[in-house]
Design a protein around this ligand. Sequence first.
Ligand SMILES: *Cc1c(COP(=O)(O)O)cnc(C)c1O
Length: 396
Amino acid sequence: MKHYFLGMAQEYAGGEWLKHLLTVGRKRDLKNLENYLSKRYQGEAMLCKNGRSSLTLALKANFEPGDAVIVNGFTCYAVYEAVKEAGLTPIFADISREDLNFDIEKLNAILENSRVRGIIVQNTLGNPTDIGAIENLAEKYDLKIVEDLAHCAGVHYSDGREVGTVGVATVLSFGKEKSIDTVSGGAVIFRGEFLSNLGARPAGPSPRAAGATSRAAALRTPSDLIKTSPQKPPRPSDHLRARFYPMFGALTRTLTYVGIGGAVMRCLVKIHWVERSADNKLDTSRRCSKFEAKLALKQLKRLRKNGEAPIREFCFVHDRDKCLKELKRKGYYFGGFWYEKPVSPERYYKNVHFDEMNCQNACYVAEHIINLPIYYTRRDLTPALKIIKKYLEEEA
Ligand SMILES: *Cc1c(COP(=O)(O)O)cnc(C)c1O
């Protein structure tokens, strides 16, 4: 039987894992990536440990504790974690089944009825949001837009602007299966003028208004912050996990031929040599590894050259468990679909106290979605697509 091994670090197949293991990163790779990001996203970039840490910094820089921000009702727990870490109140807004982005009418209704300060736009699975509509609402209700590019680096909005060039801050994740994937890492690009809560400054009148010149006040611009408190290098254990994950993936895929790939992967997770993405810790004081910066820069440049960004195509199936089982029997392991709960993964969902009544589309989608990995060609997927077709939901 032919195995396709979807999942298990497949994006590093074909020798990529070896490159990942052997790439030597230098200090200038950090600088190069920062400069590139600052230019491409027209702001000031700071490299981070992962996407959720980047998002935390973006939010802390732009909102006051207690502020409410709109979050996509179909998202990753990492987003919720960052919002909470920044001391903000998440308001989940329901999505449209068409593109998995905000349902604009429902969004408008929320904004009419509650005081909200910001909105996180994520362009789910690489599908561009109707950014014009979001900007209109942002203007009307005085919201700051933060763009989360975990799914959508390189994508363009319908008016031609690239994602990440619209809001007050842009956040990237370089985590597993993200559109830029170096196993871990992330970046934030501050595009606004001032940081309100970062740095050591107590609450008070703005330094400009007060004409203050103290060091603490000077901390308020992104470049000052970046200069005065540079990110620490990653912990050695995190560095090693990022180095070896692609190799462990290659190993376990091979072992699948003798039927023990899954078990070996589970062992590696148990002894913490491999970390499940959702368990990656939030830590705003550290950056990614130098070799990750080097690889991320290459991928960003490649995205630009190719002109089109990967979109994870999706469809809705009935009886998803049965469909996944049948796929598995044919050698297609579709472990990593996004997402099986409105805020995924399932094991963290109960922490969220998600408002299911007001996010019914998100609930429907979480129950029925299958999305196709981006590291496969259509041709590789043809047999899988045939199986999926049998289970497709009739559109009501
Ligand atoms: C995965 C993800 C993140 C954060 O990624 P990490 O690097 O794992 O912290 C942020 N936003 C969205 C929408 C994601 O899917």
